[in-house]
Ligand binder design. Structure first.
Ligand SMILES: [Zn+2]
Length: 294
């Protein structure tokens, strides 16, 4: 059983809820500076807790903030890809997705001097419709993906996908999938890995998910995969002019996140996703297989 703290590193204006908003160059620059500051504070949190994490970084950030990406890597954390400029996989064809992956992987590797092994799609956008993305990821040398959320959600999700680590087949190629944590309760998979379950509900939901995964570890490898964003730890940031519901969903609970992360880091051991992936492979354990594409 391994737990993973992961951070999707993007400037705040790149979030899905803000797609289509006009964000001027000054505000973009401010979000860029705040992303760097918040990410450095997260590095300090992790260092104090003596914990290693995985950072899925937007490739463009390796061009605009190369020292930040180098410092994440130098602290011992994993640097994975969060696409080049945070477009959802649905916006690509297999060919343009491949080009985006190469641009992202290349920019990150140039910044750190180390290979990238893991991928997290913006807004968990590897779904039934984009199953071909798994083939492209496998062909481009990725060792694992962490983009398939086994939940019902208005914007993403593959509700019937396995909740623990599994081997996913896109069309033909197979890849190790480390899905974000869910809590099975009342016949539903609750997405307790992050988002509102981190900021809005009691932290007990997330902890219950981690404990449930630990209990399932006698039936096969388990990874308690959590996800956070630097902007979720920056309560002073200027707020985007989102519609009311999106605004509430985006900003609820941002003042309590730093304290909650510290409590999680104190309560559970965490390791990098790539280490969890390699331990699973080395164990020779039989993983569930799941066909994503037709
Ligand atoms: Zn993202």
């Amino acid at each position: 059983m391994a737990n993973v703290v992961s951070f999707d590193v993007e400037e705040h204006h790149r979030i899905e809820a803000a797609v289509g908003l006009e964000v001027g160059p000054e505000l973009r620059a401010e979000y860029g500076a705040r992303m760097e500051r918040a990410t450095r504070e997260l590095l300090d949190h992790l260092a104090r807790a003596n914990a290693l994490a995985t950072f899925y970084v937007v490739g463009e950030i390796a061009r605009t903030h190369p020292q930040l990406v180098r410092d994440i890597h130098a602290a011992g954390h994993e640097v994975g890809s969060h696409s080049f400029d945070h477009r959802r996989v649905h916006r690509f064809t297999p060919d343009t997705f491949r080009a985006d992956l190469r641009a992202s992987k290349g920019a990150l590797e140039q910044a750190t001097g180390a290979p990238v092994f893991g991928f997290r799609a913006p807004t968990f956008s590897v779904t039934r419709e984009t199953a071909w993305a798994i083939d492209v990821l496998a062909e481009e040398g990725f060792e694992y993906d962490s983009s398939i959320f086994p939940v019902h959600h208005d914007r993403y999700g593959v509700p019937d996908a396995p909740r623990g680590p599994f081997l996913v087949t896109g069309r033909e190629r197979e890849l190790l999938e480390l899905p974000p944590l869910t809590l099975r309760a009342l016949g539903l998979n609750l997405p307790v890995a992050g988002g509102g379950y981190f900021r809005l509900f009691p932290l007990g939901f997330m902890k219950a998910g981690l404990r449930q995964a630990a209990r399932a570890a006698d039936r096969g490898p388990q990874v308690g995969m959590l996800y956070f964003h630097p902007w979720e730890f920056d309560p002073g940031q200027p707020r985007l002019p989102l519609a009311r519901l999106a605004r509430w969903r985006t900003y609820v609970g941002v003042t309590r996140t730093a304290n909650r992360l510290a409590r999680l880091l104190a309560a559970f051991p965490f390791r990098r996703a790539i280490d969890a992936a390699r331990a699973i492979r080395a164990s020779g354990a039989d993983l569930p297989r799941f066909q994503l594409g037709a």
